[in-house]
Every structure is written in structure tokens, then in C-alpha cells.
Write a protein that binds this ligand. Structure first.
Ligand SMILES: [Zn+2]
Length: 311
């Protein structure tokens, strides 16, 4: 087994067999052991202390949030405590924060500060509620859908249709392309200043993962591949992907960037990559400063670190 990637390694038992037990689920919303994770417009309730920790509420503490909820998803159990994600996006932000020191924060910003088990729970909650928000209408007939199975199915409400829609995760390939002691890194114009990373792209219908890797690298950087090897995968709830990580060996060296995809791409030696800065995007990039690696919570960084031999 590969070491678990950040945002994987959920510590909850998903307990799928309980998702259709309406009586048990209803009782849990009055059980003092139950833990609620509010999500407000894809942001989580957290407390910044030594690092960052999610703020979970009991049903009594979260009574007004339960009443105002747009969606409720049973995430699973831990130590006999049921955990629910609760979408409270319809409220004002000030109504969501139960305490002075509570903050609403985007997982994209706080991810690396979290304990890995907490990061996995928040990633799961965020991905599920994003899916609900984007599947309110049936893709087959256009009628409204409603949540069932404790938030794990949406069913079309139209008589004569009624099809079930299931939570989806979109596969994307991400690859570190190497040529001997050099690797290919690029940057997209919208990324934080100075950051370079591996290439990546969505898998298209009708192609294998290996074909997707080869196609993306050829499209984005004009480089052909000779060998593609799977390494590890990572849930990536930004907004709803699973990243499938690969090492790939280059069969050609010349880089021709697709300007629509990449602002820049180049071959970098191990020594060069090891000298790159950390991804501290709270600080503006100084002129002439070293390039920056992707954040530590990303599988891109895992692939680079693995290639450098530091992970
Ligand atoms: Zn329908």
C-alpha cells in the first residue's frame, strides 16, 4: 500500500448500511454524541489555535443550523458518534459562527494546517455538499431532485422519470514527466506567483488513464511519452475530483506550450527543484526569488517529493 494521501484516510466508518435507516438517522439528530460539521458556501467552520481544527457541534449547539439546513449528509460513525455534514449556505455568515473564535475558512487555504484525519473528513463533506448544490435538477428531464439515503442519492421528483443520481467524482490524471535527472514542470497563469507544478488534466470518455496522461502531456507541453506508471491517488474536492498520480518517462525533449493551458514549462534538474521555495502564498513573491513548489497537501507535491527521494 502507498502511504495515504492528504484528504484520504477517512477516520469515520462510512456505515453505508445505516443510510436508509430513517428511524436511526432521526434519533441521531437528538443524540448528544452526534457531531455536526456545518458547511457554508463551501467553507468550513474552524478554530485557529495551534494549527487549525474543525469546529463540530452537538445537535443542541447546532439546533438553529439544523432547522435552517439546505442539505444534511450522513458521513459516518466514529466511536459510536454519528457525523453529519450540514449545508447552511442560506444563512448569513454571522449566523453560522457559534463562538467569537470560530472562523469560516476554505479548505483550499487551510488544508495543509489540518490534522490529516480532519482534512479527510472536511474534504468528504465539501465534496458531498458541492455535489448536492450542482444536482438540484434532473439531468434527464429537468425536474427537481430530492435527497435520499441520508444524502447519498438524489432522486428525480417527476412521475414517469424518478431516476436516481449518485454522488460523482471526476477522474483527473496528474503526472510527473521525467527525462533522466530532469523533470518537466509548468505553471498556469492563474496560479499563485512563482508556483510551478506537474501537468494534469481530466480523463475523457473513451480513453484509458495511461492514454489520458500521454494526451495531456502532448497537448499541454508537446512532449511525447515512452512509459507511464501509476503511483497513487488522492481525493481532491476542488470541487469534485479524484487525482490519479503517475510517473511518466519522456520520449521527446522539446517543449511546445499550449498557451491556453500553460504560461510556461521547462525541464528542471533535481538540484534545481530541491532549491525551490515553499508554497507560502500569504507572502508576495519577491523579484528574483526562487520558484515555488506546490503545497504539501497536493499529490503534485507528493510526486515531486517522491522523485526527489524525500518522501
Ligand atoms: Zn427526471
Amino acid at each position: 500500500m502507498q502511504p495515504s494521501q492528504f484528504y484520504a484516510g477517512l477516520e469515520l466508518d462510512r456505515a453505508a448500511h445505516l443510510r436508509c435507516d430513517a428511524a436511526w438517522l432521526a434519533e441521531r439528530l437528538h443524540d448528544g454524541a452526534t457531531r455536526l460539521l456545518p458547511v457554508w458556501r463551501s467553507q468550513h467552520l474552524v478554530r485557529m489555535r495551534d494549527g487549525c481544527e474543525p469546529l463540530v457541534l452537538s445537535p443542541i449547539e447546532g439546533k438553529t443550523l439544523i432547522a435552517a439546513r439546505e442539505e444534511l449528509v450522513f458521513l459516518g460513525e466514529r466511536g459510536g458518534a454519528a457525523h453529519f455534514a450540514i449545508d447552511v449556505s442560506g444563512l448569513q455568515a454571522s449566523a453560522v459562527r457559534p463562538a467569537e473564535d470560530a472562523e469560516l475558512a476554505d479548505l483550499r487555504a487551510i488544508g495543509p494546517l489540518l490534522r490529516p484525519g480532519d482534512a479527510a473528513t472536511l474534504a468528504y463533506a465539501r465534496a458531498m455538499l458541492h455535489w448536492h448544490a450542482r444536482h438540484r435538477f434532473c439531468g434527464a428531464c429537468g425536474a427537481t431532485t430530492r435527497s435520499e439515503h441520508a444524502g447519498h442519492v438524489r432522486r428525480c421528483t417527476a412521475s414517469g422519470c424518478g431516476i436516481e443520481h449518485f454522488p460523482r467524482t471526476d477522474p483527473a490524471v496528474i503526472m510527473l514527466v521525467t527525462d533522466g535527472d530532469r523533470c518537466l514542470l509548468g505553471r498556469q497563469a492563474r496560479w499563485p506567483q512563482g508556483m510551478v507544478s506537474t501537468l494534469a488534466g481530466f480523463v475523457e470518455p473513451g480513453e484509458s488513464l495511461e492514454e489520458a496522461v500521454a494526451r495531456e502531456v502532448l497537448e499541454e507541453a508537446g512532449v511525447r511519452l515512452s512509459d507511464v506508471r501509476y503511483v497513487a491517488s488522492q481525493p481532491w474536492p476542488f470541487p469534485g475530483s479524484i487525482m490519479l498520480g503517475f510517473f511518466a518517462a519522456a520520449a521527446s525533449r522539446e517543449i511546445r506550450c499550449d498557451a491556453e493551458e500553460l504560461e510556461h514549462a521547462a525541464w528542471y534538474s533535481r538540484d534545481e527543484v530541491a532549491s525551490f521555495g515553499e508554497a507560502d502564498f500569504s507572502q508576495p513573491m519577491r523579484p528574483g526569488a526562487a520558484l515555488r513548489l506546490p503545497p504539501r497537501d497536493s499529490i503534485a507535491r507528493f510526486l515531486i517529493d517522491r522523485w526527489l527521494g524525500v518522501r
